[in-house]
Design a protein around this ligand. Sequence first.
Ligand code: MEV
Length: 320
Amino acid sequence: MTPEDTPILASAQAPGKVILLGEHSVVYGRAAIAVPVRSVFARAVVRPATDKLVICSRLEAGLGTTWTIRVDGESSQEPLAVAAQAVLGWLGWDRPPRWLVEVSSTIPLARGLGSSAAAAVALVRAMAQAAGRELSAAEASELAYQAEQQAHGTPSGIDNTVVAWDRPVHFAAGQARELPLGAPLPLVIADSGRRAPTRDLVAAVRERWSGNRRQIEAIFDDIQALVDRAEIALSQGNLGQLGSCMTENQACLRQLGVSDERLDALVESALTAGAWGAKLSGAGGGGVVIALVPLADGPRIAEALRAAGARDTIQTVVET
Ligand code: MEV
């Protein structure tokens, strides 16, 4: 019998995400704003298995990377195994069940789109469901955070929060609140085709911060002021103002040293093509550039981004 022939005990899904403003400074307790991107998602399916708990992960969309993790005791340190162990702890089970948990995803990996958080949230939800329990968004976020720590070192917690809540969020110092949107947000997401390794980029900013705390803290304060302005613009549906805040945030990220010429060129091409604002999103050093756009101009701006070197673009509209 192949896995596809066995019945599904439970399944769950979690969206991708982008950070509108505040990446990196959020690691230092400043505020950030993030929104879910539902057009890409991770999915976990639980089936009965003859052996122990097996996690089978196909995260790289199209590439079919597959690996299997047996969760027995403390052995595996793979982020998804850590998430699975966290759920077992939450359930109060000291022995793993005989389940096959398959995790797949359409979210491009290591691009700042929350692929690891979404995979972990989908997995913890599906496992809880297979046990006849339901996780609240806060509980799913908390359990997935343990996998995020394993994957990224010292994550702020914004990714697992926005992905588990599936709502626009304001996040600061571990505290999140939902953000009402005054208007839907049409976004074009441009994939640079390059990885944005969060752990390395966060470490690089940490090094700069250690070397010149006053200067870097001042940049973080500038970003915080932009987040405050953006929050008002967001609630009023003032996309022009929100876009300006995003573009100013990009200038701060450049000062932090996490942008580069190719990302700057993508930002410039989006602005020249008529975007309200554009910036890198996530850790930087690669990953994605996001552009806030007038809805009707989305296809044209996406084309401009591809002409400027984006490997791929995603057009999406974020709603509350
Ligand atoms: C998260 O997508 C991006 C960073 O802000 C790291 C974090 O918040 O943990 C760079």
